[in-house]
Structures are given as C-alpha cells and as structure tokens.
Design a protein around this ligand. Structure first.
Ligand SMILES: O=C(O)CCC(=O)C(=O)O
Ligand SMILES: [Fe+2]
Length: 285
C-alpha cells in the first residue's frame, strides 16, 4: 500500500533507459519548471514538423490513442528547407501538404513513418525533425532530455542560437558601440551587449549559457557522487549504473568546456555567474 499523499505520488515512473537525464534532474532540483509535458489532442490535431529544443532527445509514451509519426534523420534536414530561406532553417510545416515550388527538395526526403499505439513508447534521437498526427483522441507523456552523449550537439546548437540572435540584433550592437565610442571606457558597451543577447536567447528557448553550464555542473557532481541538491519527489536520483563511465562523461564535457573558453564572444569575461560556474566545472574535470 502506498502511504504518500496524492500530491506526492508520482503518477508514472521514467523508464530506466531514459533516466540519465541532465535537464530534468537539474530543473527539478533548482527551478519551478522542467522539460516534461502532457500532450492531449483530439483526433486529427497535429504537432507540425519541428526539431526539439537545442537538439535534445525526446521520448514519448502514448497513454491512450494512436499517433502517426514522420521522422527525418539529420542528413535529410536540407531537403526540408524552403527555397532561398536556408539560413533561417525555415522548414516544411505539414509534411502532408507541401508546395513543391517553395520546397523543391522535399520530394527526395525519405522519412521513417510509424504508428504508435496505446502503451507504446518512442525515442526521438537528437536533431531529427519530426511531425506527429493524432489519428484518434490521444493523451501522451513526453520528456525532452540530454546527457553526456548528446551534450556536444546541444552545445553546438546553443552556439548557433547565440549567433542567430546576435545577427538579428545587429542594429542594437551598432547603437551601443556608437554610444560609448567617445567615452572614457569605449569597450563598456560589450558587457551590456552580451547581457542583452543572453536575455533574448533565454526568452526564446528557456535557457542560456549560465543555465547550460549550471546543468552540466549539476550532472557532473551527481555522476561523481558529490553532494548536490536534488528534489527526490520530482526526480529521484539516477542510479550510477544507469550512467556511462565517468571518464566518458568528463571527456564529453571537456570538449565543450575547452571550446567555450575559446569563443570570440568571450561571454565568460562579461557574465560574472558564468565565470563562477565554469570554475566549479573545471574543479570537477
Ligand atoms: O505528440 C505530439 O504531438 C508531439 C510529440 C513530440 O514532438 C515529441 O515527443 O518530441
Ligand atoms: Fe518533438
């Protein structure tokens, strides 16, 4: 018999193969948010073609109903893009209704198409575009997640996002740099510029560099058995045997860490909390 009150009872458990999840472990321990979702949709509704946030993995279990999935491996991404809009990654919206004049390459795409029944779970690999149609009324549970394996892909995707935001705010950069040109500290604008870019990145996708590195620090601490805040009601600690060897984890983190320190943007010099968390990560590496 279960003695927990209804509000404390988990109504499902995350399957072991999806438990090495750095995003939900971190968010459950440190924030009021997470990357766990319930999808409820009537027959005929659909989720348009997309790639999950920052190329995270997702898994999705159908509690009831049937869904049809179209999945495109990353090497087919160029075939999904609008003609002439390549740099904005503007893709097809609904794979069942594509205008060949606007998306001339799409006819060559060869998606994996599957039907998911009640009680069945699907794993969506990193960076795969996908579309989902509810064939009947559906309820499903879905997590976005990452770990040491897809961390480099998330890191690259964060870099690309920051560059995209920088380009779109180029006029703001000009205004800031011109305003401080004849002042005693002509470089003063750079800190403000970096802060504005990070703020927009966070508003767009829910996290920025400081969050990314805090999550990495949290995961590394847990994998190394260090004392670290957790919220066991929301995310019980992941058994060590469900994680890869620590050398593998450190190698993956080190690759991103070394690259981050070489970034021309030098965010680490302008955002105080970044310097602090990177110091903490470095101490564990
Ligand atoms: O079930 C849906 O409608 C969308 C699910 C999805 O996009 C995902 O699990 O990544
Ligand atoms: Fe998705």
């Amino acid at each position: 018999m279960c003695t927990a009150s209804p509000s404390q009872q988990a109504f499902y458990n995350t399957p072991d193969i999806f438990r090495d999840d750095w995003m939900n472990a971190y968010y459950s321990a440190h924030t009021l948010d997470d990357f766990r979702f319930v999808y409820v949709g009537a027959a005929g509704t659909f989720t348009p073609l997309h790639r999950d946030v920052y190329t995270s993995y997702s898994w999705s279990t159908n509690v009831s109903g049937r869904k049809r999935w179209w999945l495109f491996p990353p090497e087919q991404t160029p075939l999904l893009l609008r003609k002439g809009g390549e740099e904005h990654l503007e893709t097809v919206y609904d794979v069942r209704d594509v205008d060949p004049a606007q998306f001339p390459q799409f006819v060559r795409a060869q998606p994996v198409i599957i039907e998911q029944g009640p009680g069945e779970t699907i794993f969506v690999p990193s960076g795969w575009y996908h579309q989902v149609v509810n064939l009947t009324d559906c309820i499903s549970i879905n997590h976005n997640w990452c770990n040491a394996v897809n961390l480099p892909s998330l890191y690259e995707s964060m870099c690309a996002k920051v560059t995209e935001v920088e380009h779109s705010l180029y006029d703001v950069r000009q205004l800031l740099s011109q305003a401080s040109a004849n002042t005693p500290n002509p470089d003063a604008w750079k800190a403000e510029w970096v802060a504005i870019v990070q703020d927009v990145v966070e508003k767009d996708a829910g996290w920025h560099w400081a969050t990314f590195w805090r999550m990495v620090h949290h995961a590394l601490s847990l994998a190394m058995g260090r004392n670290c805040p957790i919220n066991p009601d929301l995310w019980p600690s992941t058994p060590r045997e469900l994680m890869p060897p620590i050398d593998f984890i450190k190698t993956r983190v080190r690759g991103c860490f070394e690259d981050f320190l070489k970034r021309p943007q030098r965010e680490v010099e302008f955002i105080l909390e970044l310097g602090k968390v990177l110091g903490d990560v470095s101490a564990l590496l």
